[in-house]
Design a binder for this molecule. Sequence first.
Ligand code: CO
Length: 211
Amino acid sequence: MTPYEKLLLENKAWAKEQVEEDPDFFKRLSSLQTPEFLWIGCSDSRVPADKITGTQPGEIFVHRNIANMVVHTDVNLLSVLDFAVNHLKVKHVIVCGHYGCGGIKAAMSSRDYKPVLNMWLRNIKDVYHIYQAELNSIKDEEQKTDRLVELNVVEQVTHLAQTSIIQRAWQTENGPHLHGWVYGLKDGIIKPVLEMTPGSYIDPLYAYEDL
Ligand code: CO
């Protein structure tokens, strides 16, 4: 059996198990999804949103990219955010980074990853640039990486609050709450680093008045 055939076989076993536990499982989920959470996480295979939060299918709407970035020109991310906020009416948007993130490490190096990856990593380099005084003072490379992981999550949550999508929802729906979390690959524990609720300070440069 090839590795991908094993996936298909495991899938059959999983589907059977779900129906045994809850006969209406697929009937219920196929007609409706009402997730309370939008998860913006890293693509890293070691950080599966549902497994580490103990959530079931239907509970978390997920977007993942390298280093859990919120880039204001990313049509993919913005479409997911718009749909989650305005149609699914999620109550919480979580940006979850993780210590030891390869994307963060890559952005801290001087290596040329060639055009497309360089373009993506540039967004992380810009976060480093904002906090370079603090980051340059950290001598230990692992500690420096992990601090940038935390600061990057803070920046990406801030980027969410700077979108008209979130600002309009805060005004009309009094939600969602924004959360910045960091997952530890070594202990499996999530550390909250930032929370923004409706009314939180937004730099006037990015605040829309005529929503
Ligand atoms: Co990562």
